[in-house]
Design a protein around this ligand. Structure first.
Ligand code: HEM
Length: 486
């Protein structure tokens, strides 16, 4: 804590003060720039692609730029996640789950979840049917809203997606038939929203200054963080108990049953336990909800701001899908323009935040600098997705055409949306299926128009991942279904 000396050849950065390190300078910069990712970009402009700071007890290196990020993501010695109370107080003081565990433990668990996502999700169609059911639910709600208002309806767009996304994850866990009930999902969403609203990907004051949890557990955010995580794990434990009570090895329902199969086996693998099952479900909600629901809001905001792009997507779908049915996943390869809107929106969204932090598992070097064991490493996605240095022309402009060539998708190699290497996202196939079916179906059936007087703007607010300010839009029905041309 008292050490103000930087290790030799540590990445450059602001001066370190006793105890607080750079916390004060960084806080001021964050306030000036509006959010942390912008503050780290500013530091990169001043000091270069690697910036070394210390916040309380933690040494942190910010990474900005394509080359350094690619190296970070693929280097074996930099694959660990941070340790400490921020990461363990959510799971009974232990390192559990997928996102904040390491090494063989993680490998065993990650492989199992990936296999289940593949088998239950897509081969057995559980996930596809769940997504289609949720899409139909959103469509019905919008139609009803439009009818109730006897004409055009004004809707809170950012509210449309949270519950459907949670329900899809939920059905993967418990089984399609056992489904979700909307009231329960709304309650769950309210808890998850508080969790994300109160924490940042770079941690919380009590994670950098752990003594704060004793001195001011309320003010430092510690009490609320622990209580929210407890509510979620209690909810999940209740579910697991209910599933256990009705478990039948001959009738697997969903992911939780498959996990219970392993727990019942004579020779279960070492990392498998009931606590770990709950922590995995917690992480699937954690990683899957926030990203997917926020990106959906971003896509609809961008299509509102670019009516020509919305129109072009509708023309493509009318041609390929016709007006007698909804788009399906089989249509996806034939709808490259819709896909380009989604990917370009993902670039605009993910580029405003960070990847999940890493921790050096031994003394290492990165980009020529010394990274001592235990250092947290935080890659700013802006450097790979929203920067000219990574090969993007006019990177801040929303332009789906940049991902198209001769009428087909043309994705550049530098497009790192879901990470690389061992810590790569395991939900990318699910996320892309969700997002595609929701976006394609809604744009196929409805027109989205800005509300007069409150035209939305692309303004980001600080939260766990970049968030948009709430916004409304007019939603009108396009040409009715059953008519086979537009
Ligand atoms: C558009 C939506 C999504 C985006 C943009 C996204 C992106 C990412 C990224 C960039 C990482 C970090 C990789 C790294 O640290 O190098 C990650 C990790 C992860 N994602 Fe996703 N993700 C999305 C949706 C999902 C969904 C739906 C799930 C779950 C079903 C999920 C589960 C995970 C998990 C468990 C990890 C941690 C993997 C590990 O630590 O090894 N993600 N995701």
């Amino acid at each position: 804590y008292l050490d103000t000396r930087k290790p030799s050849n540590f990445p450059p950065g602001p001066k370190w003060f006793p105890i607080i390190g750079c916390a004060w300078q960084f806080h001021k910069l964050q306030q000036k720039k509006g959010f942390i990712a912008k503050a780290s970009e500013e530091l990169a402009l001043k000091y270069g692609p690697l910036v070394g700071i210390r916040i309380g007890s933690n040494r942190i290196v910010f990474v900005y730029g394509l080359r350094a990020t690619q190296e970070l993501l693929t280097r074996d010695d930099l694959q660990n996640r941070p340790d400490g109370i921020f990461y363990t107080s959510r799971t009974w003081g232990k390192r559990r789950g997928l996102i904040f565990t390491d090494s063989d433990y993680l490998r065993e668990q990650k492989q199992f979840v990936l296999k289940q996502l593949k088998q239950l999700g897509f081969r057995k169609q559980i996930v596809v049917r769940s997504i289609e059911q949720e899409v139909q639910g959103i469509i019905d709600n919008l139609r009803k809203g439009i009818a109730d208002r006897a004409g055009d309806g004004l809707f809170q767009i950012d509210d449309l997606f949270g519950v459907p996304i949670l329900s899809i994850l939920w059905k993967f866990m418990v089984g399609y038939k056992y489904g979700s009930n909307e009231k329960e999902m709304k309650e769950l969403e309210a808890i998850v929203k508080i969790l994300f609203g109160n924490s940042l990907i770079v941690g919380a004051p009590f994670s950098h200054f752990p003594f704060l949890r004793y001195i001011c557990p309320g003010y430092s955010g510690y009490n609320e963080y622990v209580s929210i995580n407890e509510q979620l794990t209690t909810f999940l434990r209740k579910t697991v108990n209910e599933m256990k009570a009705t478990y039948n090895p001959n009738m697997p329902r969903g992911f939780i049953d498959s996990y219970l199969d392993v727990l019942q086996a004579d020779q279960k693998m070492s990392s498998f336990s009931e606590d770990q099952l709950i922590a995995v479900c917690l992480d699937l909600f954690f990683a899957g909800y926030e990203t997917s629901s926020k990106i959906l809001s971003m896509i609809f905001l961008l299509t509102l701001l670019h009516p020509d792009i919305q129109k072009k997507a509708q023309v493509e779908m009318d041609k390929v899908v016709g007006r007698s049915r909804l788009p399906t996943l089989e249509d996806r390869p034939l709808l490259p323009y819709v896909e380009s809107i989604i990917l370009e929106s993902l670039r605009m969204f993910a580029g405003r935040g960070f990847l999940i932090p890493r921790r050096a598992m031994k003394d290492s070097t990165l980009n020529g600098y010394f990274i001592p064991k235990g250092t947290f490493i935080q890659a700013n996605s802006g450097g790979t997705l929203l920067d000219e240095g990574a090969g993007w022309k006019n990177p801040k402009t929303f332009d789906p055409e940049r991902l198209m060539k001769d009428g087909a998708l043309n994705i550049p190699d530098n497009f790192i949306l879901f990470g690389l290497g061992k810590r790569r996202c395991l939900g990318d196939t699910l996320a892309r299926a969700n997002i595609f079916l929701i976006v394609a179906s809604l744009i196929h059936i409805f027109h989205f128009k800005p509300a007069p007087g409150s035209p939305p703007a692309l303004e980001i607010v600080e939260s766990f991942t970049p968030s948009l300010k709430p916004f409304k839009a007019f939603v009108t029905l396009r040409q009715p279904f059953g008519v086979n041309s537009s």
